[in-house]
Design a protein around this ligand. Structure first.
Ligand code: FAD
Length: 476
């Protein structure tokens, strides 16, 4: 050993890396063993995709804006950090969501869960789907289950259960907010394994989804009472609260912004050598890599199976956030926003009425809107200037919402290669990668949004799992 006090390093200071550092520190402290932890982050700020901007009394999320309340790891982390009283739910008066069809906004029928109908009467009445499309979707109730041994694409699965129309007009635009992907290329097993489980258990996806809705109150029992009825939750001053809480709790951990890692090289069974972008090197006794997979593939180039990571595609997205005076908005603010399916002739893929959904997001008398741009098959936008992005977003909200006023201000955020697209057989390929990693680099763990879940709670879970694996290895 070249170092007396073992030195563990986390590469990447997004939510996965910060969570990994937090839980590693907690476990090593509990053991009483001496240790050093460093978190190295290429960019000037910690938090990765999370970026809250406070401007003129607005709370503006430039990246993720909330998370699913029923997912435990992030709520547990909020409690661990003493931040549970900072959590807030959505405005109960803005529950409606619309979907564009034929240049008009149609209300999303009540009872849809992830786009799957759980109440047949409102679904049968919606103007979003043709009669033929509705009958096709209802056939899910009688179609036999299919026993497919391996993985299949999410698109193929949903098309065979519910038909193409429901897939294209409802489910795909809904899921675009999570993956921005081509559903025919996304892995079912890696994105919505519960759909497959529902088909296997209940034969029908609709019946399976109906059965799962009965357990909703159990799923949110862990939440503070005030927000228990909210499906989505965030922090009153934005998600940056969580990042700041983690950074503060890391205390003595060596946080190094603006430090990029170029490569990791295995020295022996216990130690690895980290080469930084500026050329200097450090020996570490354990490592957790939490960068996007295309970066991890470069860092771990010595590992043949890392080439699998390089093949995971990432979609680039942008968002245009605009602030208005309330008087410039010609409608009731009683909805959370709308979705725009492909081929409807618009640039934006969705629009959130942010200050209607989140009452903390705008000062009195002001309105904040967020328009999303970019998804699989719509990747020309990076060539457009910020002014063009704003102008296209303004065109679309004028056409669909009748908002013609000049925004008070607009914020454009470009998230290049930010949305991982888990390919069919993703999990199988990761097994091969992990086996090789464990054999050749036993104290190097690789995790994050590119692996087992893109949502913030899943990233926290993955960071915590990697920390536990490393702690188990070095402490026993
Ligand atoms: P990242 O946040 O990407 O962090 C990785 C870090 O590694 C980065 O900070 C990067 O700079 C650093 N890094 C890269 N290369 C190197 C290197 N060589 N050396 C050192 N550091 C390096 N999830 C939700 O739950 N709710 C939402 O509302 C939501 N909305 C989203 C909206 C958008 C536009 C996007 C893009 C994602 C959204 N997500 C949402 C998903 C979620 O935000 C991400 O999956 C999650 O933040 C990823 O965290 P991470 O730590 O794994 O990766």
């Amino acid at each position: 050993m070249s170092t007396k006090v073992p030195h563990y390093m986390i590469i990447g200071g997004g939510i996965t890396g910060l969570s990994a550092a937090f839980y590693l520190k907690k476990q090593l402290e509990a053991s009483g063993a001496p240790f050093r932890i460093s978190v190295v982050e290429k960019s000037p700020k910690f938090g990765g995709k999370i970026h809250t901007l406070e401007r003129e009394g607005f709370v503006i999320e430039k990246g993720p804006d909330s998370f699913l309340a029923r997912k435990r790891p992030i709520i547990d982390l909020a409690y661990d950090l003493g931040l549970e009283n900072e959590l807030t739910g959505t405005n109960p008066k803005a529950k409606k969501t619309f979907i564009v069809r034929g240049r008009k906004l149609h209300p999303m029928p009540p009872g849809l869960v992830l786009g799957i109908p759980t109440q047949m009467t409102p679904f049968m009445k919606t103007g979003l789907i043709s009669l033929g499309g509705k009958i096709r979707a209802a056939m899910d109730l009688i179609l036999p289950k299919r026993n497919i041994a391996g993985d299949e694409s999410l698109g193929h699965f949903l098309e065979r259960r519910l038909g193409k129309e429901v897939l294209e007009r409802i489910v795909e635009p809904l899921l675009a907010g999570i993956y921005a992907g081509d559903t025919y290329k996304l892995s079912l097993k890696s994105t919505f394994p519960q759909f497959r489980a529902m088909e296997q258990k209940h034969r029908s996806l609709i019946l399976g989804m109906m059965a799962s809705r009965k357990n909703v109150s159990e799923e949110t029992a862990h939440l503070p009472a005030a927000i228990r009825s909210s499906v989505f939750v965030t922090f009153k001053r934005g998600l940056q609260t969580l990042v700041n809480g983690l950074v503060e709790a890391l205390g003595t951990v060596d946080l190094r912004p603006e430090v990029g890692v170029a490569a990791v090289h295995q020295v022996d069974g216990e130690q690895a050598e980290v080469t930084f972008e500026d050329g200097h090197r450090e020996i570490v006794d354990g490592l957790i890599v939490t960068t996007p997979t295309y970066q991890a593939a470069k860092i771990l180039f010595e590992l043949p199976a890392a080439s699998q990571l390089a093949k995971i595609d990432y979609i680039s997205v942008a968002n245009v956030i605009m602030a208005f005076d309330r008087k410039d908005i010609p409608f009731e603010l009683d909805a959370s926003g709308f979705l725009v399916p492909k081929h409807e002739g618009y640039t934006i893929t969705a629009c959130t009425l942010t200050s209607a959904k989140w009452l903390h997001a705008a000062p009195e008398g002001k309105v904040l809107l967020r328009c999303y741009i970019g998804r699989a098959g719509e990747q020309a936008w990076p060539a457009w200037s910020d002014e063009e992005l704003i102008s296209k977003a303004r065109h679309d909200i004028n056409d669909l919402l009748g908002i013609s006023a000049e925004p008070h201000f607009a914020e454009v955020t470009r998230l290049m290669q930010s949305m991982p697209q888990y390919p069919v057989d993703h999990l199988e390929k990761l097994v091969q990668f992990r086996e090789e990693l464990a054999a050749l680099m036993p104290r190097v763990f690789v995790t994050g949004a590119g692996f087992h879940g893109v949502g913030l709670p899943d990233c926290i879970r993955q960071g915590k799992e990697a920390a536990t694996q490393l702690a188990d290895l070095v402490l026993h």
